[in-house]
Design a protein around this ligand. Structure first.
Ligand code: PNS
Length: 162
């Protein structure tokens, strides 16, 4: 069994993320889901603590999975937990372009490698950005997020929480 780091912004955690966590847990045995900051994305809808809570609830049924927030670099988080590698999910060729550059950069600065898992094709259209947009406009996000966290995600968009 090895421990791997699955970093992301998870704003919010959705069924595609759950698929990657499940695959990584099956392959490696131990997965640390790292809730991190993506400098290319505007400040998240969800505070970090809420993203961690949602991911924890969503992954609670998978053995060997923990969820933590980490500041700073993904490679430092990977070293801190003694990870064998970073794991990323690939949905599209566009994901590959972005992830490949990040993977090479991370390896160049630290020696930490990245392993990709392909998204389940039935989930490869999922995007946190669209989920935020749909939820903010009162649309139906139930086909997109784990049922166990639907109410938590909706709560972030309820008028009282704004
Ligand atoms: O879910 P996302 O937004 O695609 O995840 C991107 C994330 C958070 C994994 C990436 O931005 C990241 O690794 N952030 C931590 C800072 C870091 O390590 N930057 C150097 C990247 S080469």
């Amino acid at each position: 069994m090895s421990t791997v780091l699955y970093p992301g912004s998870f704003d919010p955690f959705h069924l595609g993320h759950l698929d990657v966590v499940s695959q990584a847990a099956e392959l490696f045995g131990s997965v640390v889901v790292a809730v991190m900051h993506n400098p290319d994305k505007p400040s998240g809808v969800f505070p970090t603590a809420d993203r961690v809570e949602v991911a924890r609830i969503a992954c609670a049924h998978i053995n060997g999975v923990t969820v933590e927030a980490f500041p700073g670099l993904a490679v430092d988080a990977a070293k801190k937990i003694g990870a064998l590698c970073i794991v990323k999910g690939l949905r599209t060729p566009n994901d590959f372009e972005v992830e490949q550059q990040m993977a090479h950069t991370n390896f160049a600065i630290s020696g930490v490698r990245t392993v990709y898992v392909p998204s389940d094709p039935s989930l490869s259209f999922l995007s946190s950005r669209y989920i935020r947009d749909i939820a903010a406009n009162g649309g139906n996000i139930s086909p997109l997020v784990p049922a166990s966290v639907l109410s938590n995600v909706l709560a972030a968009f309820s008028p009282r929480s704004k």
